[in-house]
Every structure is written in C-alpha cells, then in structure tokens.
Design a protein around this ligand. Structure first.
Ligand SMILES: [Zn+2]
Length: 324
C-alpha cells in the first residue's frame, strides 16, 4: 500500500510517496510564495499532482496532510493557523473537491509524532514525546501507547506552556515566556539579540540583524564565539527547563528532538542532558532518553502518510500494531 504524505511548512510544501515500511520513494518540494489560502491550496495541489504523475494513481490509497495550527480532524478545516494567518479555512474540503482519494488533515507536529513513533526513535515505546524545534516548537505526546488528541485536538501544544514570566520573550500566541518563544530557533536568535549590548565587539549581530539565523549562532557557539556561546547557554537552559517539565508531566521513555535546531546533535544533547537531570526532581532521573529524531525533517510527511494509511490520526488508537 502506498500513501501520499504532505508536510505543509511555513515556507515550503513537501509532498512524498510513502511505502508501508515508511520509506519515501518519491518527493516533491515547492516554496510557498503567497500565504493566502487559495494560493496555498494551489501549491499543495501542484505538489500532490507531481507525485501522482510519477506513480500509478491506482496504487495510491489516500492522502495525509500535516498543517501548522489547530485542525478539526473530522473535516480537515484549519481552525486557526497563526503561521499563515488562516482562520476557519476548509483545507480538507477543498482538497476533497480536487482529488478523488481519501484526504486526512491534522496538525503537522502530531503527524511528525506519529511518524517518529511508528518508524523512528519512538518505535515500541509506550510513552514518547516528539518536539519539532524550528521557527516555533511543535509537539506530540504518546502516553500508554496512545497518541493524545485532547478534547479539541489541542493535546501536545507543548510549545505554549510558559517557562518564564514577565522577563520572557513575547510569543506569537500572545503570551510571554512560552517554551516556543524561548527555546525554538527564533528563541535562540532572540537570546543573542537580548545580550548583544554586553558584547560590543561581537560581529554576530552587527548590521545584518534581519539575516541572523539560528544555525549561524549555533555554529559560532561551536567555534567558541563568546557572544554566541552565551546566547547558546541561555537557550540550552530554557530548552532544558521545558524538557524537565515534559518529563514531570509525561514521564516518557524517549523525547525525540526534530526540526532544524535539533541538527546541532551532540553539541545540543551533551549540554541539555545533564541540565535536564538537575531539573528533574520528583520523577526518577535518567529514565528519559533525550535523542534527535531518526526521521529528521521527513517525520511530518511520513507521519501524514501513516495517518492516511490508518484512516485518520485517531484510528491508530484502536488499530492493530503494524510495527511488529
Ligand atoms: Zn505561546
């Protein structure tokens, strides 16, 4: 069985053809130039058409799509997506008019969690958390073998638990000090900017603030740049605080870190793990493995395809375990 998995990112669409074993055999990527709903749908449809054109359509049994924001799982309507400025847009409905295949839409981070749980570091783990560290922080929780959905499909919005108060950064959601505002890639940039006055000779942010990226800061920190390193240590502390909170809530066997910032790998993990241990108090220490996601940036697309194969995000709660 082959299904199409689509990951709708803030700046581009990735459409994939995914086999039963989670292998991606075709991929089509397109930039999102215009964030208006109609233009977004056109870009998504073009990427799906590209994949269908490369395979026999009859072999494809469904299309899954992961989108940022809060999604009505029954209809595929995006209730609210701050990244795109979308409110109550019928993404699933419009795609169903366009394609004859079954269409399933869910939050992108929950899709990534399903993908990583089925094929990656969450395999055979009953208690598992996935975080995508990019421009924001997406999350998903598997507890006692079940992907948590919540009463309004909002379970797993870990990026919007607050880890500090009035001294924190403003979050896109309107609160101050959210995990996402402090410990996403954007958070790392904000830490570097916030302490820039203490490093008057630093060239990290001089003149080109709008071009300053989290990867550049991380690489400068790895190279020993004092300003970047100070920002990185603040970032690691905030990331660790959020991770320790998750451990207190869920007590997972594994927390997988995906998204662009997690490409820091050992440089990040070696700093985070001991700090998380320090902040883990009532839950037994050292029981949660903190690792980088095995599926990397493909987790969302693979998870969306997995959702399509299972007939929905929720269906896997009762469905048989295909991982064995
Ligand atoms: Zn927030």
């Amino acid at each position: 069985m082959k299904t199409i998995g689509v990951d709708l990112g803030g700046s581009h669409v990735l459409a994939t053809l995914v086999e039963d074993d989670g292998t991606i055999t075709e991929r089509s990527e397109r930039d999102i130039v215009d964030r208006a709903f109609d233009a977004g749908v056109a870009t998504i449809a073009a990427a799906i058409d590209d994949i269908l054109g490369r395979t026999k359509e009859k072999l494809v049994t469904g299309i899954g799509l992961g989108s940022p924001g809060n999604v009505d799982l029954d209809t595929g309507t995006i209730i609210y997506s701050p990244n795109f400025g979308w409110h109550d847009v019928p993404l699933g409905g419009v795609l169903r008019e366009r394609f004859t295949l079954p269409i399933f839409v869910a939050n992108d981070a929950r899709c990534a969690t399903l993908g990583e749980h089925t094929y990656g570091t969450g395999r055979n783990k009953s208690n598992f958390v996935m975080l995508t560290l990019g421009t924001g922080i997406g999350g998903g929780i598997v507890a006692e073998g079940k992907l948590l959905i919540g009463s309004g499909a909002g379970a797993g919005e870990i990026g919007h638990h607050q880890i500090c108060g009035v001294d924190g950064f403003y979050c896109n959601c309107g609160k101050i000090g959210c995990f996402e505002a402090q410990a996403s890639g954007t958070g790392l940039i904000r830490h570097a900017l916030a302490i820039a006055n203490s490093f008057p000779r630093s060239e990290l942010v001089s003149g080109k603030r709008e071009k300053l990226g989290s990867k550049a800061i991380r690489r400068a920190a790895e190279a020993g740049d004092p300003h970047a390193l100070a920002a990185w240590l603040r970032y690691v502390d905030d990331l660790s605080r959020g991770l320790a909170n998750i451990i207190a809530f869920v007590n997972p066997e594994v927390i997988a870190l995906g998204g662009g910032v997690a490409s820091a790998g050992a440089f990040m993990l070696d700093a985070v793990r001991p700090r998380v241990d320090e902040l883990t108090t009532m839950v037994p220490r050292g029981r949660t493995q903190i690792v980088t996601a095995a599926l990397g940036n493909d987790a969302g697309a693979v998870g969306a395809a997995t959702m399509a194969r299972r007939g929905g995000l929720v269906a896997h709660l009762e469905s048989g375990d295909e991982r064995s």
